[in-house]
Design a protein around this ligand. Structure first.
Ligand SMILES: Cc1ncc(COP(=O)(O)O)c(C=O)c1O
Length: 452
């Protein structure tokens, strides 16, 4: 029997994260070299390495018997807890009625894009999840490339919005930002909000990494700056290392009464409600407690230590530039100074660069620029610094509390040897590339000087 797939699905490309998975698996089964048994230095996957906080795990066990369907927008206790969490950590007064719970923020962002009419503005580089959704929904969209500082320029946003004639425009703001690890400060958000007010731009503010901000006092939610026009999304996936729980929430803008009814229709049609035991476990994850505070402090400190190391070690390689992360567990490395040598070696796209790094003898997995909605020839890559045993490193951090620069360096070396070795591999790759280019040049010169 041959099944005919709907054209709409045929037309969408495999999302980049799945492509990456397939590619790594293929590489593995193809590689016959003994060293390939070791696996690879994993800078590609964006998953928090820590255990889910104990109190969340315990709450899940306690609520495992709850088999009844939950209310569509989420159980009242959870919406209440999320409201208090937002007050405590983000200084926002949110009526629980403005909160909708969904199976992860990815789904909620998709649902928002489903109900909101309008052209999408996607600043680039971007998280690899947005574009397949926009394409799947056949929405009009425009990229908004960022400049050298890798942040949205308010004047570029205004210029683009003036060119769009849709009644509504939707800006996808991701703060803190995947893949750069950068954070927008209050002033930057206010400038963006001014343009949004002026140009009637609705904002989806994806703040899934908020709690990972290294200096947490610096995080400001766009929901606070532009409450009348912002949908804020957040959840358990990154802050609580619980991506597999599939629990996220969206805060609707103030006074979006009509929209809430429409949104409820979508949720009820598509997934009824999030799993009841998971919602109950999430209550524990959003209730303010000393245990949770400690968990956030420890995990963000470890991310910062790993991020600082990765940034310094990468930028110590001659020719490599990188964003200096202030949150998340990523940075954007820029290898464009090697463009001439890369092209000479027939590595003509960032995809080819990722492929060249994953094979023997480098065994290093990165996410290339074209998976980050950059030009195919932009040799930038996302480097995730989470390739270590999170449970063990959490314990070690509590025992060692590294304070000085040398303590921190030692901490990375002893706790994340694969990060250290993986960066050395990247260095080795570019060293080799330069040597190959010099050798080629010499061969060319020699052949030219051969008489006759
Ligand atoms: C920027 C960004 N937004 C959203 C998500 C998806 O989060 P969730 O697990 O809540 O669907 C991710 C996950 O990688 C992400 O990096």
């Amino acid at each position: 029997m041959r099944f005919i797939v709907d054209q709409q699905v045929e037309d969408i490309e495999l999302p980049e994260n799945l492509k990456l998975n397939t590619f790594l698996q293929e590489f593995h089964s193809d590689c016959k070299h003994p060293e390939c048994n070791f696996g690879f230095y994993g800078f590609a996957f964006g998953q928090s390495p820590f255990p889910v906080p104990k109190l969340v795990q315990e709450a899940l066990i306690k609520n495992a018997h709850k088999g009844e369907y939950a209310a569509v927008p989420g159980i009242p206790e959870l919406r209440q807890a999320i409201s208090k969490y937002n007050k405590h950590y983000f200084s926002m007064d949110i009526d629980p009625q403005r909160i909708y719970v969904g199976p992860g923020t990815k789904e909620l962002i998709f649902n928002l894009l489903e109900i909101l009419h309008g052209t999408v503005i996607l600043p680039t580089p971007a998280w690899l999840g947005y574009l397949p959704q926009i394409r799947f929904l056949k929405k009009n969209y425009h990229m908004l490339p960022t400049r050298a500082n890798r942040k949205i320029s308010p004047s570029d946003l205004r210029k683009l919005a003036l060119r769009l004639h849709d009644r509504q425009k939707i800006l996808i703001l991701n703060n803190p930002h995947n893949p750069t690890g950068l954070l927008y400060d209050m002033l930057e958000l206010e400038e963006i909000a001014d343009v949004c007010r002026e140009q009637s731009i609705t904002v989806i503010s994806d703040e899934i990494y908020a709690q990972t901000t290294y200096d947490f006092s610096k995080f400001v939610s766009m929901g606070k700056i532009y409450p009348e026009g912002t949908f804020v999304t957040n959840g358990l996936s990154k802050s609580h290392a619980a991506g597999g729980y599939r629990l996220g929430y969206v805060i609707f803008p103030q006074h979006a009464v009509d929209l809430k009814a429409q949104f409820k229709k979508i949720l009820a049609t598509e997934y009824t409600a999030v799993s009841t035991p998971i919602q109950n476990a999430a209550v524990a994850g959003f209730e303010i407690s000393n245990d949770l505070n400690e968990y956030f402090d420890v995990t963000r400190n470890i991310h910062k230590i790993m991020g600082d190391y990765t940034y310094h070690a990468l930028t110590a390689i001659e020719g490599v530039k990188a964003t200096k992360p202030e949150a998340t567990f990523y940075l954007l490395a820029d290898f464009n100074t090697f463009a001439p040598e890369l092209q000479k070696s027939k590595i003509t796209t960032s995809q080819r660069l990722s492929e060249s790094l994953i094979v023997h003898p480098y065994h290093t997995a990165i996410v290339g620029g074209d998976s980050l909605v950059l030009e195919r020839t932009d040799y930038s890559a996302r480097i995730a610094y989470v390739d270590y045993d999170g449970a063990q490193v959490y314990e070690n951090y509590l025992n060692q509390k590294p304070k000085t620069t040398s303590d921190r360096l030692e901490f990375v070396k002893s706790n994340a040897p694969k990060i250290v070795a993986g960066i050395k591999m990247i260095e080795k790759f570019f060293e080799q590339l330069k040597q190959d280019a010099v050798r080629d040049l010499k061969t060319k010169k020699d052949s030219l000087s051969v008489p006759g």
